[in-house]
Design a protein around this ligand. Structure first.
Ligand code: ADP
Ligand code: MG
Length: 380
């Protein structure tokens, strides 16, 4: 049953419209966003789809076809940050931030469903927020741009749900275009669409969901973030973005702590890798980005130390089986990896990774192609 039919069954009337917002995968630029650096995500074909109608009585009704349980009924005047720990906090948070900013959102009925895998580092949460924000923007005629919807969605996750994420996920979901990757400058939030048409090049970018999420990741994000801030402080710059790649060696020499040195080296070199990838894509040399992805993985594994045996196995096996390059993507300690392959090698590489996982006794990974897809849009 589609979300339109689901909406009608739940609420007894037709929705005013249906909107979709995708999950994303980050091609290159990891842990660079909070250092005001660069990232380069692309939208996945997987989307959160929401059927939505306005209400004028302040009632907010939320339902997910993917979650067991009844309709969650809230009131827009009674939304309190960090009190709702269920999935409903994501769409409710969007209503809350819009109202905090003075936008007249007077209630809504929402029924949604999503094909974005949850907890795989593919931003199912951002898809939920952005689809809600776009639907409310259209229905209440708020006139907000894609980047503005992304900012509100991020604030919903930071301030209402209570998750300290950067701006990448929501911007990717709101602003990506089909056949493109998105170059995002996390300082001024400017964006540039970079043509990334894999199919016409005979290439495929595989997402390998490792199906693990190690608990270690919970405190590690805050620790890395603190370490990066400390590095910037010791180098006398506002953010690590301000350390030039050309000055990396001399900058590292000024840091006493080995741990901080590693974090700084990762961030400054990954910002540089984003530049390299952009230059190669602009020059039409898509295959040449493969080794840069693999270097990025080594940096995440050895310097930032946020990989895990499962992700290392994906990368080593894929590259060993002929992939052009591979890296873990997202927050680390599990989640997904991206693998760039000749389209004709996709099956061989997939099989090699599946066999390596089986031999190691790991849960079978989920592998699918990351076709660069459209950002959030109205679909009905
Ligand atoms: P990620 O964004 O990497 O997938 P998160 O932990 O940030 O992982 O977000 C996952 C959470 O988002 C889920 O635990 C759930 O609360 C919410 N969510 C995602 N997809 C859905 C869905 N289809 N229905 C309801 N809630 C969802
Ligand atoms: Mg998330």
């Amino acid at each position: 049953m589609g979300v339109r039919e689901g909406f009608e069954e739940l609420y007894g009337t037709a929705p005013e419209g249906v909107w979709a917002a995708p999950g994303r995968v980050n091609l290159i630029g990891e842990y660079t966003d909070f250092n005001e650096g660069f990232v380069m995500p692309l939208a996945l074909p997987h989307t959160a789809v929401a059927a939505v109608s306005r209400r004028s009585d302040g009632v907010l009704r939320l339902h997910s076809a993917d979650i067991e349980g009844p309709v969650v009924e809230l009131h827009v005047d009674e939304l309190v940050p960090r009190t709702n720990t269920s999935w409903a906090a994501y769409p409710a948070g969007v209503v809350w931030v819009l109202r905090e900013a003075g936008h007249e959102v007077t209630g809504a009925d929402i029924h949604l469903s999503s094909t974005v895998p949850t907890g795989a580092g593919l931003s199912s949460s951002a898809a939920l927020e952005v689809v809600t924000a776009l639907a409310l923007n259209d229905l209440f005629e708020l006139g907000l741009s894609g980047p503005e919807l992304a900012r509100f969605s991020q604030r919903a996750e930071n301030d209402f749900v209570g998750v300290p994420c950067g701006i990448m996920d929501q911007t990717a979901s709101a602003c990506c275009e089909e056949g493109h990757a998105l170059h995002l400058d996390c300082r001024d939030l400017s964006i540039r669409q970079i043509p990334f048409d894999l199919a016409s090049e005979g290439l495929s970018l595989l997402v390998v969901d490792s199906r693990v999420k190690h608990a270690l990741g919970d405190g590690a994000y805050a620790e890395r973030r603190e370490g990066c801030e400390e590095g910037a402080r010791q180098l006398g710059v506002p953010f690590l973005r301000d350390v030039a790649y050309e000055d990396l060696s001399s900058s590292l020499a000024r840091l006493s702590d080995e741990r901080i040195q590693r974090y700084v080296r990762h961030v400054v070199s990954d910002d540089h890798r984003v530049d390299q990838v952009i230059n190669l894509l602009d020059a039409g040399d898509v295959r040449a980005i493969g080794p840069i992805l693999t270097e990025g993985h080594a940096s995440l594994r050895d310097d930032l130390r946020i990989s895990c045996p499962e992700l290392d196995l994906v990368v080593d096996t894929a590259v060993g089986a002929g992939a052009l390059g591979a890296r873990m993507t997202g927050g680390g300690f599990g989640g997904s990896a991206v693998v760039l392959v000749e389209a004709s090698d996709a099956d061989t590489v997939t099989k090699a990774v599946e066999e390596a996982f089986a031999a190691a006794g790991y849960t079978a990974p989920r592998v699918f192609p990351a076709v660069p897809s459209a950002g959030a849009r109205r679909v009905e």
